[in-house]
Structures are given as structure tokens and as C-alpha cells.
Design a binder for this molecule. Structure first.
Ligand code: NAP
Ligand code: 8YV
Length: 320
């Protein structure tokens, strides 16, 4: 029987709901089921779509080996693992999932900040170890009420974090390359903002332009009681410098959802009670992943209807 459906290469994870949508419109080639080389050797010409995620993206050699590729739909808002400029030059539309995850990722950032400030994980361990009975009350923690919180990257998620932090009584300030039309104090200089902040929350995109924006100098500016939260990409923070700053008490604590070589996490962090570690779960609730999955599929469906998409990345907006 002749296969009438166009081909879709699936890279990385997808939910059952997404797989059902993909299969209804495409012949799906799952790179987890057979090797990408085998898929390319037999089906490269018929593949017009790639579904991937922010972590796996698409390797340049795979993009180059798909001559009829028209759309790359990313299950996530961050697309630093996809070369969107090369895609745009080839007329390939890259889409992502902005906005539908703002609340979830903002909640994760605030959970990390509260968790570190209030010693939540260390206190949980204190109770489980029976120390409450033997050693008495746990040491006092710190309130985030009244803290100055610096947001590095005041975009869709950063603004949502800022809104929510106001309800916790924080003073929110921000740094990004451009001043935003918001009623918050802007710092054009990240180091100055870190000096003025009790906590620093990173929520920029990843990639070369933001690599190691938070380095030894910024950590020192944040200071010995400062808390670093990273829900952006591991690459935004110089992880070796962070481990060193935590080890030597030059910063107060850290809440980390993302890592430079994830899923590999520096073992030095494991024993630190002032650090909370999460396995890149900023958006990982059933509800939010469902909305992200639906948008990932809606972009593909819309493309099949009329060649447009709902949420192109900025580099590809002229193609729609
Ligand atoms: P967005 O709306 O594009 O916001 C990004 C912000 O970062 C903008 O305000 C931008 O402002 C600023 N920025 C970009 N480059 C910068 C630089 N070199 N220096 C300082 N600021 C810079 O993106 P979003 O939707 O909020 O998402 C942000 C990122 O969060 C994603 O790209 C992804 O990496 C990460 N994320 C993580 C998770 C998770 O699970 N942990 C989930 C979702 C998203 P300017 O252009 O003015 O600089
Ligand atoms: C996803 C993310 O976990 O949206 C992003 O940028 O980092 C997360 O929501 C990631 O895309 C992997 O699916």
C-alpha cells in the first residue's frame, strides 16, 4: 500500500496524547525505536516535519540530511538546541510553546526561592532523621518578605515571576538587554543588580549569547547571604564557579532546576543543605505538559492546513 501521509521524525519524548495526534496526520519515525541513521537512509525524502523538545533539539547533521524538511515543532519554549537561523535560511519554520507554561515555571522558581530561604528540604531531612526529638527545634530560616529579588531576563516567564513575587512582599528589580515597559527598577548592569539583590532568579534563554552570564564576579556581587535560582538553562550559570562559591560560603544558597551537562549534576552539590536540586521539571505538570503538547501538535496541524503556524520562533516569523 502506498503511504499517503507525510513523514514526521520524532526526536525525544512525547506523551501518548501527542503520539496519537502525530500518527493521525503523519507517518511517524520514532528515533527512540530505530536509529536515526536507519530512518534517514530509508525515509529522509518523505520527512517534512520534526517534533522535538528543548533539551534534544535537532543536531545540525540531521537537519542537513532532511532535504524536504519544512517544519520543526518544539515541545518547549526554549529552542537553543535548534539552529533556528539555519532553519530560517532554508525556509524551515521552527515553532515553540510560549506562554502556556509561564505560570508553572514561575511557580517552580518561587518554590525554589522559598525552599532555599526557608530551609524546606534541610528541615524535612531534619525531621526524617529524628533530630527534632534529639536536637530540638531546627535553626531559624529566612523570610522572602521584604527581599529584593533580581530577575535576570524579564520576558514572558520573568514577568510572571515578578507578578507573583509581589504577592510575597518582595521588591522586584530586573536586568535584560532592553528596558521593558513595566513599573520595576531596571538595571542595565547585571553586577549592579546582583549587588543590590538578596536573590537572583535566572530566566533568560540559553545559547551562546547568555553563556555564563552568571559567573564568579556576579556570584560575589550577590554575596554570602544571596540566593541564586536558575530555571533558565544550565549554560547561563558557570557551574564550576557556582560550586566553588557555595563551597566557600561566598553565596548563601541555590535552587537549581537546570544544569550545564544535565542529566549529569555535579556531585559536590549533593551534600549541600543550602541547595535544592530539581531534574529540569519547571514545566513538568500533567496540566502544563498537556497544554504544551497540544500547542506542539496544533502548530503541525495548522501547517498541514495552510502552511502557517500558531507560534513561530522570532527567527522564523517572516516565513509565516
Ligand atoms: P522570553 O519571553 O523570550 O524572555 C527572555 C528574556 O531574556 C527577555 O526579557 C530578554 O530580554 C532576556 N534576555 C535575552 N538575552 C539576554 C541577555 N543576553 N542578557 C540579559 N537578558 C537577556 O522567554 P520566556 O518564554 O520567558 O522563556 C525564557 C527561557 O526560560 C526559555 O528560553 C528557556 O530557556 C527557559 N525555560 C526553562 C524551563 C524549565 O523547565 N526550567 C521552562 C520554560 C522555559 P532582552 O531581549 O531585552 O535582553
Ligand atoms: C521543557 C523547557 O522541559 O520549555 C522549555 O524551554 O525547558 C521545558 O519546559 C523542555 O523543553 C524539554 O521538553
Amino acid at each position: 500500500m502506498v503511504d499517503e501521509k507525510p513523514g514526521l521524525l520524532l526526536i525525544g519524548d512525547a506523551t501518548e496524547r501527542m503520539r496519537a495526534r502525530f500518527s493521525s496526520e503523519f507517518t511517524v519515525h520514532d528515533s527512540a525505536a530505530s536509529s536515526v541513521d536507519q530512518i534517514l537512509a530509508s525515509h529522509a525524502d518523505r520527512i517534512i516535519a520534526v517534533a522535538t523538545n528543548g533539551h534534544d533539539g535537532i543536531k545540525p547533521q540531521i537537519m542537513a540530511a532532511l532535504p524536504n524538511l519544512k517544519i520543526i515543532s518544539c515541545y518547549g519554549v526554549g529552542y537553543d538546541a535548534i539552529d533556528a537561523n539555519t532553519a530560517a535560511k532554508r525556509g524551515i519554520i521552527v515553532t515553540h510553546t510560549p506562554n502556556v507554561l509561564n505560570d508553572e515555571v514561575a511557580n517552580t522558581a518561587i518554590l525554589l526561592l522559598l525552599g532555599v530561604a526557608r530551609d524546606f528540604v534541610a528541615n524535612d531531612a531534619y525531621v526524617r532523621a529524628g533530630r527534632w526529638s534529639t536536637d530540638g527545634n531546627a535553626p531559624l530560616s529566612r523570610s522572602i518578605h521584604g527581599m529584593t529579588v533580581g530577575i535576570l531576563g524579564l520576558g514572558r516567564i520573568g514577568e510572571t515571576i515578578a507578578e507573583k513575587l509581589k504577592a510575597f512582599g518582595c521588591k522586584v528589580v530586573y536586568h535584560s538587554r532592553n528596558r521593558k515597559p513595566v513599573d520595576l527598577t531596571y538595571y542595565s548592569d547585571l553586577k549592579e543588580m546582583a549587588q543590590a539583590s538578596d536573590a537572583l532568579i535566572c530566566i533568560t534563554p540559553g545559547g551562546a549569547a547568555t553563556r555564563h552570564l552568571v559567573n564568579e564576579e556576579i556570584l560575589d556581587a550577590l554575596g554570602p547571604t544571596g540566593i541564586l535560582v536558575n530555571v533558565a538553562r544550565g549554560s547561563v550559570v558557570d557551574e564550576a564557579a557556582l560550586v566553588e562559591a557555595l563551597n566557600s560560603g561566598r553565596i548563601g544558597g541555590a535552587g537549581l532546576d537546570v544544569f550545564e551537562a544535565e542529566p549529569v549534576v555535579p556531585k559536590a552539590l549533593f551534600g549541600m543543605p543550602n541547595v535544592i536540586l530539581q531534574p529540569h521539571v519547571g514545566s513538568a505538570t500533567v496540566e502544563t505538559r498537556r497544554a504544551m503538547g497540544d500547542l506542539t501538535c496544533d502548530n503541525l496541524s495548522q501547517f498541514l492546513v495552510d502552511g502557517t503556524v500558531l507560534t513561530p520562533v522570532p527567527e522564523c516569523s517572516d516565513l509565516v
